[in-house]
Design a protein around this ligand. Structure first.
Ligand SMILES: [Zn+2]
Length: 323
C-alpha cells in the first residue's frame, strides 16, 4: 500500500509518495510566491498533488489516500485550521473537503507533531517499543505519545502542551504568557539565549566572532563549531541545552511514562552533543522502580518524519476500514 504525505509549513509544503515500509518513492516541494489568499497556496499545492498522483499511477502504483499535517490549531474533527499564525489565509477554510473534492481520495489531517511521532513509532526509531514519546524541538517544542502504534488523543488532538511545562518560574517570558516554560529553554530561541549568555565568557570562540558580526547563531552553527573545531564554548552551549532537555524529558516521563523518547525537529541535528547530556540528566533523576529504563533516541526520519507520518496515518485509517 502507498499513500501521499503532505507536510504543510509556513512558506512551503513537502509532498511525498510513501510505501508501507516508510520508503519515499517520489517527493516534491510546493513553494508559494504570495501568501495573501487561499488560492496563493492551494493552486500550486493542488497542481503538485495531482501531478504526483498522476505520475505514481502511470508508474503502475496505486495511492490509497492522502495524509496532511499543518502548523497551528486544528478544529475538533481535524478538517481545517482554526488558527495558524503563519497561514492565516487558511484559518477556517475547509481544507480536507477541498482536497477530497479535487482528488477524489480520502484525506486525513493531523498536527505535525502527531505525524512525526507516528512515523517514528510505527517505522522509525521507536518501532521496537510499545510506548513511544516523540518530542519535536524547533521554533517551539511539542510532543506526541504513541501506544501500540496508535496516537494517544486525550486532549482534542494529542497529549496537551508539553512545551509549556514550567522549568524555571522566574525565567524568560514565553509566547503563552508564562515565564520559564520548557519552550523558552529547549528550542531554537532557547539555545540562542544560552549562546548569548555563554559567549562573552569565551572571546576566543569562533562563535563569539560570528555573533559580533551581527549574524544570528543557529543550532547547526553551534553543532558544527563543536564537532569540527572542538570549540569549547560551542560544547558548553550544547551541554547546557542538553541539561535543560534532560530535565524537561524527566518531567515528560512523569506524565507519559514512555519506554523510549524519540527526539526530532531542527534542534535534533545537534545530535549526541545534546542528547548525551540529556541522557545523563534524565538517568540521574529517573527512579527505575517507577519508570523502568527509558531510552532516548534521535529521530530516524529527520526532516521527512512529517511526510512519512502523514502517509502512515492515512494508511492506518484505510486498513482499519478494510479489516
Ligand atoms: Zn509557555
Amino acid at each position: 500500500m502507498n499513500a501521499v504525505g503532505i507536510d504543510l509549513g509556513g512558506t512551503s509544503a513537502k509532498l511525498a509518495v510513501v510505501d508501507s515500509e516508510g520508503k519515499i518513492l517520489q517527493h516534491r516541494k510546493s513553494v508559494w510566491d504570495r501568501r495573501e489568499a487561499v488560492d496563493d497556496i492551494l493552486v500550486p499545492l493542488i497542481a503538485e498533488l495531482k501531478d504526483i498522483l498522476r505520475s505514481t499511477q502511470e508508474g503502475g502504483s496505486d495511492v490509497a489516500g492522502i495524509g496532511l499535517s499543518t502548523p497551528g490549531y486544528l478544529n475538533d474533527d481535524r478538517t481545517g485550521i482554526i488558527y495558524a499564525a503563519n497561514l492565516q489565509m487558511l484559518n477556517g477554510f475547509p481544507l480536507v473537503k477541498t482536497l477530497e473534492e479535487e482528488t477524489g481520495m480520502r484525506v486525513m489531517m493531523d498536527t505535525d507533531v502527531n505525524a512525526g511521532g507516528l512515523a517514528e513509532a510505527v517505522l522509525g526509531a521507536g518501532k521496537d517499543f510499545k510506548r513511544v514519546l516523540f518530542v519535536s524541538i524547533g521554533t517551539g517544542l511539542g510532543g506526541s505519545l504513541i501506544v501500540d502504534r496508535k496516537l494517544v488523543r486525550h486532549t482534542r488532538h494529542g497529549i496537551g502542551h508539553l512545551g509549556h511545562i514550567i522549568l524555571q518560574p522566574d525565567g524568560e517570558i514565553c509566547g503563552c504568557g508564562n515565564r520559564g516554560c520548557v519552550e523558552t529553554l529547549v528550542s531554537a530561541q532557547g539555545i540562542h539565549r544560552i549562546a548569548e549568555k555563554i559567549l562573552p565568557h569565551y572571546p576566543t570562540s569562533i562563535l563569539y566572532e560570528y555573533s559580533r558580526s551581527g549574524k544570528k547563531i543557529e543550532a547547526l552553527d553551534i553543532y558544527l563549531a563543536a564537532r569540527d573545531k572542538s570549540d569549547t564554548a560551542a560544547v558548553e552551549i550544547l551541554q547546557q541545552e542538553g541539561a535543560w532537555l534532560g530535565l524537561a524529558l524527566y518531567n515528560f516521563c512523569a506524565i507519559c511514562a514512555p519506554e523510549v523518547i524519540v527526539v526530532g525537529g531542527g534542534l535534533s541535528e545537534a545530535g549526541n552533543f545534546i542528547l548525551d547530556k540529556a541522557r545523563d540528566v534524565l538517568n540521574e533523576r529517573l527512579n527505575p522502580d517507577l519508570y523502568g529504563k527509558v531510552e532516548i533516541k534521535q529521530s530516524h526520519f529527520g526532516v521527512n518524519a512529517g511526510v512519512v507520518g502523514n502517509a502512515v496515518n492515512v494508511m492506518q485509517l484505510i486498513r482499519k476500514n478494510i479489516t
